[in-house]
Design a protein around this ligand. Sequence first.
Ligand SMILES: [Zn+2]
Length: 312
Amino acid sequence: MWEFGNLAASSNEKVQGYLEFPDIEEKLPLFLINGQEGPRVLIIGGIHGCEYTSIDSALKLGQSLNPEEVKGKVAILPIANPASFYSRSIYVHPRDGKNLNRMFPGKEDGTDAERLAYWLNETAIKNVDYLIDLHGGDMIEALIPFTIYHVTKDEQVAEKSKEMASLFEIEYVVGSSGQVPGSTYGAAAEQGIPAIIAEAGQQGILSDENSVLLQEGTKNILRSLGVLEGEVSRFKSKYLSKFDWYRANQRGLWYPSVKIGEMVRKGDKLGDLTDEFGHVVKTFHSDTNGAVLFLVTSLAINENDPLLAVGE
Ligand SMILES: [Zn+2]
């Protein structure tokens, strides 16, 4: 029997149902696939509610995987943040304005996003040996596919996470050493669970091509872990050691000067933030040499909003 919160699957059984948490109104759809003996893997989609391609990708994996082909246990949560999904809330939980992917490992008596992070960590992340968290560009973000892992002090966990992050047919792999606190993959790695984020899709558009890219990469990881049978595909990844985020110092209008995927050099102009009369209030220049991995495409920008990120 594999117990998973209020749900459970016997061996060689697939269960689908709603995961319920104390003090949380929304119920989370869950696929539980309990095969033969083997590792336990958690696949998450929809931590950010408008990253549709990754949500679709997790859902398709939940529909297609069966206990007969699984050596191990796979849990899939395609819509991990239903309140954000149904309110089409960009970045944040609609009730507390907090980014769920900055809240892990969460707080039992915290705000909505903090409590959701807490229960996801207690019920789902602590219940597995590996975590694959699927993301993409949010409603207002252009993005080229990339994967991220956390360079944690536990070298074995960091090395395993890096290997997992390299198993997608995706050029860029970012090894992040904690610039983004409170993430799913960071919190998992700190708890000794190898974990990655894979990002594909963008701007509120459901892309079949990118959904398949995420599904195939996830299945490739499952093959490398021995959960699925078959040969593991290997790719030539480019490893980026730093993930530089640029944020708005005040609200205004954002005019990027670079395109998604473009290579920039230190000092290159990245874009202008203007006031509502068109006067430039700040010109952003690149601090590093690297690739533009995501780019906010919204003209309207609030104070402290991300503008873009350069992988070094
Ligand atoms: Zn995301």
